[in-house]
Write a protein of this length. Structure first.
Length: 342
């Protein structure tokens, strides 16, 4: 199988000839935000790449927010959705619009991404063509805390489908060489249009969280070659988990379960669920120690919904008493089984 390859070259100094440039469409999704998506839009528009169009999808924002976007983004670049369809549903609207054009590559971007180098897209496209890649991403530089800048190259999956962030280029290379499954983050993912036609778009069951891991696993199974380009960086407004809303904790827990159910079966699934619950139990303890009870309850509801197979979106994250106690009992059993295994 093809694994994610490390491309470590002087890509920035190379370019694709303007006459032979494939068409690229960038898709930015936003919901009830103005400043971040506008700044993202401006940096993407500054790319030194002639055959490039940008689509901004407004995912059902409140009227004043959408009107502010409308005043700053040209009508041909702005798409309005009446209701929030989540990251997956909203991004799929943009992807479908892009596929209806003649573009050969689609660049999906979080709305808090900044691309400081105007040659970034050109360098990524050259890497895609030279290495015959289906998926490609620059290095994601998370600079929320200037004292602890984090570089993300991808995620490695173990046999239990637990994702480990790869924040070191050498670690990324080592895991790839060992044959581990390496998936690329969806923060600024450049995708060949033919790959999207082959695999389909993002799975809307996830709503938000883990949809990029699912897409990466699907690409891996289909032998689609992919790469993290260590010589090219973009900036991302990373937010630590303890500062995120309840939706993040709910979907992060629920979608881990849905991912395992989708990609594993039989005894492999049961083992994966057990070790996944063990790791999530550690997160629950972390929430408890930090006094983050609402986040913990949203996480437990996510676990409950994942186990029963709920895929619909949730507007509220209040867990019922019987659901909470069922999850707590499950975690007691996980603790006991873990001690028995050790």
């Amino acid at each position: 199988m093809h694994q994610a390859n490390r491309i470590d070259s002087a890509a920035k100094s190379q370019s694709v000839g303007a006459a032979s440039e494939p068409e690229v469409c960038s898709v930015i999704l936003t919901y009830n935000e103005v400043d971040a998506p506008l700044e993202c839009f401006r940096t993407i528009r500054r790319q030194d790449y002639a055959k490039h169009r940008v689509i901004v999808v407004d995912n059902g924002s409140e009227a004043p927010v959408y009107e502010a976007l409308e005043r700053s983004i040209p009508a041909e670049s702005l798409v309005r959705i009446e209701a929030n369809k989540g990251f997956t549903g909203g991004m799929n609207v943009g992807i479908q619009r892009a596929l209806e054009t003649a573009c050969e590559y689609i660049w999906i971007l979080n709305n808090d991404v900044l691309v400081p180098d105007e040659h970034t897209l050109r360098a990524l496209i050259k890497t895609m063509i030279d290495s015959d890649l289906g998926l490609c991403t620059p290095t994601i530089v998370d600079d929320y805390d200037p004292k602890r800048v984090r570089r993300l190259y991808g995620y490695s999956f173990d046999e239990h489908l637990w994702a480990t962030p790869l924040n070191d280029a050498d670690d990324y290379e080592t895991r790839r060489v060992k044959g581990q499954v390496v998936c690329l983050p969806g923060t600024a993912l450049l995708i060949k249009a033919d790959v999207l036609r082959q695999l389909g778009s993002l799975d809307e069951d996830y709503f938000i969280q883990w949809e990029d891991m699912d897409f990466g696993l699907r690409a891996h199974k289909a032998h689609v070659p992919s790469a993290s380009v260590t010589s090219i960086e973009i900036n991302h407004g990373f937010v630590p988990a303890e500062h995120r809303g309840l939706a993040y904790h709910y979907y992060d827990a629920r979608n881990q379960i849905l991912l395992r159910k989708k990609h594993l079966c039989g005894w492999d699934l049961y083992k994966s669920l057990f070790w996944g619950l063990f790791r999530i139990r550690e997160i629950m303890k972390w929430h408890e120690e930090g006094g983050r009870a609402p986040a913990n309850k949203a996480l437990m509801l996510g676990l409950y919904d994942g186990m029963i197979g709920r895929r619909a979106a949730r507007a509220e994250f209040n867990i019922a008493k019987h659901q909470e106690w069922l999850i707590r009992l499950t975690m007691i059993l996980v603790d006991a089984m873990t001690k028995a295994v050790k």
